[in-house]
Design a protein around this ligand. Structure first.
Ligand code: HEM
Ligand SMILES: N[C@@H](CC(=O)c1ccccc1NC=O)C(=O)O
Length: 284
């Protein structure tokens, strides 16, 4: 190290020839990844790059969330709560990162966005199939969402597949039943193609858990992890709503919805309603 030159000398052993070996760039397929940012505005608007990269990084993280949620579902099916919780812990960190990222997009002013919004046509985040897939895996199924993707057979097939499969909440409830908790039978044989609907009898099961946490520790812990997941998901939705409001106000969305009003109604959707309802029942 030459302090005077403020330059680190490269060590002798440092690999330099990757002509026939895997390198950083080839392993990560950076050629492909970094050649996928193509602003459509013409002349190119400076801020469209931010818009594209914010979406692409979100989609990459959503890809990992899906990967982890599928693993969590398998762990629940195998009665391995500890492994499932490990997966959820990672997902929670990804969610935080996704939510925090809104502050970067919030630097896009309404004037800047207005300069290229027209170039986006009818495209919209509403058409994010990975976002829909996450909602489905968490239990908020909606068959009408699958039709949105008829022009994209791979996306449609993925969503159709997940629509017909159990969600992680279905699997958690099935695990509770196997553990001997009095889970209502209709929840165990429900039509998984529909959204999970609030069950008062399930609240009673959770009440038993929350009133004697020590006796039900791993289930109690898992319940709180699920609450964190939903809470984090809602925080993302809220930051999206607020970023949209400060960027386009009350304009209609490019995807054809009413805009902010439509996004507001998403905040009323819930994945694990009984886990929130049980809170009303605890203590005095
Ligand atoms: C300035 C930035 C953004 C604006 C103005 C905006 C606006 C909107 C609007 C108005 C909708 C409602 C559907 C429509 O009619 O278009 C929507 C939906 C959606 N957007 Fe964005 N969005 C922005 C950024 C993002 C980003 C960065 C993501 C990340 C992937 C995203 C993901 C979504 C998703 C998943 C939906 C569907 C939500 C639902 O169905 O509840 N949006 N957005
Ligand atoms: N729906 C947005 C447009 C938009 O944000 C968007 C456009 C293309 C791809 C992703 C988008 N992000 C979220 O909706 C709007 O109405 O301005």
């Amino acid at each position: 190290m030459s302090v005077q030159r403020n330059t680190r000398d490269l060590e002798q052993g440092i690999e330099r020839d990757f002509s026939d070996r895997m390198s950083y760039g080839s392993y990560l397929e950076l050629g492909k990844l970094l050649d996928a940012q193509h602003p459509v505005s013409s002349p190119e608007h400076h801020d469209e790059m931010l818009f594209i990269i914010q979406h692409q990084t979100s989609e990459l993280w959503l890809k990992l969330v899906l990967h982890e949620l599928r693993a969590v579902r398998l762990h629940l099916q195998a009665d391995d709560l500890r492994a499932a919780m490990k997966g959820i812990a990672r997902i929670k960190h990804i969610q935080r990162s996704l939510t925090e990222q809104w502050s970067v997009l919030a630097t896009l002013t309404p004037s800047e966005y207005a300069e290229f919004r027209g170039d986006l046509g009818a495209s919209s985040g509403f058409q994010s199939y990975q976002y829909r897939a996450v909602e489905f895996l968490l239990g908020n199924k909606n068959a009408a969402m699958v039709d949105v993707f008829h022009a994209d057979p791979a996306a449609q097939a993925l969503l159709a597949e997940l629509l017909g499969q159990s969600s992680i909440y279905d699997e958690f409830i099935a695990l509770l039943a196997r553990r001997g908790y009095p889970v209502p039978d209709e929840l165990l044989h429900r039509d998984v193609r529909l959204a999970h609907v609030f069950s008062p009898d399930l609240v009673a099961v959770y009440k038993q858990v929350y009133e004697d946490a020590a006796a039900h520790w791993d289930i109690y812990e898992a319940c709180e992890e699920l609450v964190d997941l939903e809470d984090n998901f809602q925080l993302w939705r809220f930051r999206h709503l607020k970023t949209v409001a400060r960027t386009i106000g009350f304009k209609r969305g490019t995807g054809g919805s009413s805009g902010v009003g439509f996004l507001q109604r998403a905040l009323e959707l819930t994945f694990f309603p009984e886990l929130f309802a049980v809170r009303t029942e605890i203590g005095r």
